[in-house]
Design a protein around this ligand. Structure first.
Ligand code: HEC
Ligand code: HEC
Ligand code: HEC
Ligand code: HEC
Length: 105
């Protein structure tokens, strides 16, 4: 319920609007705390819990928009590309960590 509300609010431009220079993780934490991704606020050792939270709010690889998602369904997890603590809001993941043919999103 809260998750659906947050996504609806963002649709109205009310959630991430003031956070342009934040990392993706900080922008999420401003909405819902570190607990929105980390169980009791503590990082897991393998990232599995965190990636389940991404899917619970955004949908899975096969459901998300964009070929870069569908192409890796059942192959990659969100954090393989979205380094949420290292990337700023609006910054797009690149492909060259794994494909060396110069492809872009
Ligand atoms: C959008 C989801 C998300 C939010 C919100 C988030 N994190 Fe993370 N965090 C991750 C993921 C995923 C990782 C695994 C490494 C990576 O991909 O950056 C991680 C890794 C970490 C690590 C490093 C763990 C390690 O073993 O290297 C720490 C520390 C951390 N988070 C703390 C926090 C704190 C403190 C907050 C709140 C201010 C927070 N995180 C909010 C998703 C999130
Ligand atoms: C293969 C790398 C890759 C993986 C894995 C991946 N993404 Fe993405 N994602 C991207 C790229 C690249 C973009 C930017 C696409 C563009 O705007 O051209 C993107 C865009 C997005 C956006 C839209 C951001 C915006 O522009 O507003 C969301 C939300 C998102 N991804 C969530 C996820 C979630 C959740 C997962 C895991 C289920 C995931 N992604 C897995 C590469 C990836
Ligand atoms: C509590 C629900 C929730 C969780 C958990 C969550 N997100 Fe989000 N996320 C949102 C909302 C709401 C937005 C803003 C609306 C949108 O872009 O879909 C957002 C925005 C994003 C964006 C767009 C950022 C930009 O640059 O504009 C990306 C990428 C993203 N999330 C990836 C992730 C990843 C990866 C994880 C897991 C590590 C994750 N999210 C976990 C709710 C969530
Ligand atoms: C974390 C590693 C990783 C990243 C980052 C990554 N990919 Fe992939 N991708 C793979 C793997 C593994 C395969 C399956 C093996 C193959 O076909 O190369 C694949 C296959 C694909 C395929 C289907 C087969 C092909 O080569 O056409 C497409 C399309 C694709 N990736 C697009 C992208 C795009 C676009 C990006 C950047 C947004 C990206 N990938 C980033 C690992 C990755």
């Amino acid at each position: 319920m809260l998750r659906k509300l947050l996504i609806a609010l963002f649709g109205l431009g009310l959630v991430f609007g003031a956070a342009a220079a934040d990392t993706v993780a900080d922008a999420h934490a401003e909405m819902n705390g570190c607990e929105s991704c980390h169980q009791d606020g503590s990082p897991s050792s393998d990232g599995a819990y965190e990636n389940e939270q991404c899917v619970a709010c955004h949908g899975g690889m096969a459901e998300l928009e964009g070929e870069q998602h569908a192409a890796h369904a059942d192959m990659l997890v969100c954090s393989d590309c979205h380094a949420v603590h290292d990337m700023e809001v609006g910054q797009k993941p690149t492909c060259d960590a794994c494909h060396d043919d110069g492809r872009t999103p």
